[in-house]
Design a protein around this ligand. Structure first.
Ligand code: PRX
Length: 648
């Protein structure tokens, strides 16, 4: 199949798309160009064919006899709120919400931002947007008001959907308050959102009625979901549905790059859907009406979009939506959830596994996990120690592990084993998925490395899950991904090693993108958050290896000398404030582990910061800095080492 997927590419993918509902599917209607020297880069799959992703997730499955099978399983933070929806029940919810959206002026192509916790409202709202051709942009509900505002403004959202609050273990986070702050920021930047829809959640209940007085509410703009949506459930009218061109936008999802503000990654309706359907089907070996996929990623990330929602539903399978945290009420909760719902495929990140590894085998062994067939991992390189723990403790030495390498931009799995078919090696993502031609390029001259070796991981041929554009910034799309090396390659930003058997091992990012607990964060974003502090003149951040998080952030900052900052107590206050600044500007997950106050940064004569040196200092590896002849002032290195010792 792989051979055919490469040699008869368009025909191969058209046949796969044909397993879903598409009108006018034609294998000669896909056109692509990855090489900017031949004209504008474009990726167009099945242009002219018409389809609808929500239709394929729901009606198509009901037609296939899955109507009474489980589609969405909600494992709430507290037992009492757990619910399940069959395909038919989920369709009713989606149709109802689609009618509500239309009644409030949301039309095909309009952007709708979701800032919601992992509750059924989120997949329902996503599917309802897909149904009417509106473009959803889900913002992970751990982002700050400022980050939310930036994304809402960038995509010019017509509507924002949120919840009164979210629950994580014992903690309640006031989401609506954060949305209000974000709306204020948007307003001060001259942009207003028409409507904010608020779902009751995590409210204190008085005699069974949600107590909402503490939730800020602006009656001219805000709507309560529960009250406003109810009338559309019983109006007896048919729910609208919009069949879109395959190349129309399905959604925008923001992700971090090595420079500048976050990029709005644009995915297509037809290509994305086909690729996510195929990767879920083959990598997770999904069978309609039988399999239950538990993907632990938040729906606010691409993993949640592709394998927590669309992938399983397009295959007629159930998906588990897990609201809480993996250690509440105890570190066995995921495995109990597996047993409770007969989960067959479990998909998580190395960070989560490392956290659970710290609790020992007991919480795992208290479950049977008898239903499990396949284990998956994604998001960061997985060490052989964690891989073996996953395989032997969770998988009882018998379950295959699919270490899947991919990115927000790629829509779905790119390098991954096929369970049962690919002999595994610990820590290796193994081989390319169907239709994928990966190459390793020599970072110095961009030539292809043949056979064994290490280089920059790039992809040569287009595939259906490939994103269409960076929202509102086509030049950035071409420059960041296709012009890094000449010759028509998609540049991933990751490094990889190929062994003598051809197995690929991902080595991590080669650019200024960090990966903290599987969260992708640009150095530039954190630096810009630090310099927002009135005392901070300049900042440089690097990441270092961290036992649980994979990587953690260390910041080097220069403070304004005109401020009295000599006293140690004052320095500590500044360090704390700087960390708070990052939490407020981006979100708590991006907070530096350490802030080191320095007088100068290691810069070249042209003013470029030599991060390589800071990375070594941060890691305590100060014996050999290699070639430092480019440094404008080599003396700064010793100064920074001293400051670093002081900071620890
Ligand atoms: O560095 C790679 C890492 O995560 C990055 C993509 O992040 P994001 O767009 O947020 O998507 C994450 C989920 C698909 C990649 O550039 N990454 C992802 N999967 C792996 C990985 N690193 C090593 N092994 C993986 N399996």
């Amino acid at each position: 199949m792989y051979h055919r997927s490469i040699h008869e590419r368009d025909q191969f993918w058209t046949e796969i798309a044909g397993e879903l509902y598409f009108e006018n599917l034609d294998s000669s209607a896909s056109t692509h160009n990855f090489d900017p020297s031949r004209g504008p880069v474009h990726v167009k799959w099945f242009e002219g064919a018409r389809t609808n992703m929500a239709y394929n997730c729901l009606e198509k499955q009901i037609e296939n006899g899955m109507g009474d099978k489980r589609a969405l399983i909600f494992e709430a933070n507290d037992e009492i709120n757990c619910t399940e929806f069959t395909f038919r029940e989920l369709l009713v919810e989606v149709e109802t919400f689609a009618k509500f959206l239309i009644a409030h002026g949301v039309q095909k192509g309009d952007r709708v931002v979701m800032y919601l916790p992992m509750i059924p409202a989120l997949p329902i709202a996503m599917l309802a947007c897909s149904r009417i051709g509106a473009v959803h942009s889900v913002v992970f509900a751990g982002y700050s008001a400022k980050s939310l505002a930036q994304r809402v403004h960038d995509c010019k959202a017509k509507m924002v959907i949120t919840a009164s609050a979210s629950r994580r273990a014992e903690k309640i986070i006031p989401l609506k308050k954060i949305v209000d702050e974000a709306m204020e920021i948007c307003k001060s930047d001259g942009f207003c959102v028409n409507k904010v829809v608020v779902k009751h959640n995590a409210d204190i209940e008085i005699e069974g009625v949600p107590h909402v007085e503490d939730v800020p509410f602006h009656s001219d703009r805000d709507l309560w979901w529960n009250e406003s949506v109810a009338e559309f459930r019983t109006d007896g009218k048919p729910a609208p549905i919009e069949f879109l061109d395959s190349c129309d936008t399905a959604f925008i999802l923001y992700t971090s790059g090595s420079t500048g503000k976050p990029k709005g990654v644009v995915h297509s309706v037809g290509g994305y859907q086909t690729y996510v359907y195929a990767t879920s089907k083959f990598v997770f070996d999904l069978h309609a009406g039988e399999d239950v996929l538990f993907c632990t990623a938040d729906l606010g990330w691409i993993t949640g979009h592709s394998y927590g929602l669309y992938g399983p539903l397009l295959n007629g399978c159930a998906t588990v939506l897990f609201e809480g945290v993996p250690t509440y009420p105890d570190a066995g909760v995921w495995w109990q959830t597996v047993d409770k719902y007969d989960v067959t495929v479990f998909y998580t990140s190395p960070t989560a596994l490392r956290t659970l590894q710290g609790y020992g085998e007991d919480p795992v062994k208290r479950s049977s996990r008898a239903s499990l067939r396949i284990l998956g991992t994604v998001g960061e390189p997985i060490s052989s120690e964690t891989w073996l723990w996953y395989h032997s403790v969770v998988g009882d030495d018998k379950l295959p592990i699919c270490d899947t390498w991919w990115q927000t931009e790629t829509g779905g799995h790119i390098i991954t084993p096929l369970p049962g078919a690919t002999p595994l090696k610990a820590s290796s993502a193994t081989f390319p998925f169907f239709g994928i031609v990966p190459v390793l390029l020599d970072p110095k001259d961009g030539t292809e490395i043949q056979g064994e070796g290490e280089g920059c991981l790039c992809i040569k041929e287009p595939w259906p899950g490939m994103f269409l554009d960076v929202h509102g910034a086509h030049e950035r799309y071409e420059n960041s991904y296709f012009k890094v090396y000449e010759g028509g390659y998609y540049f991933s930003g990751d490094g990889a090693r190929r062994d003598s058997d051809g197995y690929l091992f991902i080595t991590g990012r080669l650019d200024d993108v960090m990966n903290v607990s599987g969260h992708r964060i640009g150095t530039a974003e954190v630096e810009s958050a630090l310099v927002q502090h009135s005392s901070c003149i300049e900042a440089a951040v690097v990441s270092i290896a961290h036992e649980v998080k994979g990587e953690s952030i260390v910041a080097y900052v220069i403070l304004d000398p005109s401020r009295s900052i000599e006293k140690r107590s004052s320095l500590e206050i500044h360090q704390r404030e700087l960390i708070t600044n990052v939490r407020m500007e981006i979100g708590p997950f991006a907070a530096p582990e350490r802030v080191v106050i320095v007088k100068d940064l290691p810069k070249t004569r042209s003013g470029k910061i030599m991060r390589r040196i800071l990375k070594k200092i941060a890691a305590g590896d100060v014996d050999d800095f290699g070639d430092v002849s480019a440094l404008a002032d080599p003396g700064v290195v010793d100064e920074i080492i001293k400051a670093e010792r002081h900071a620890r």
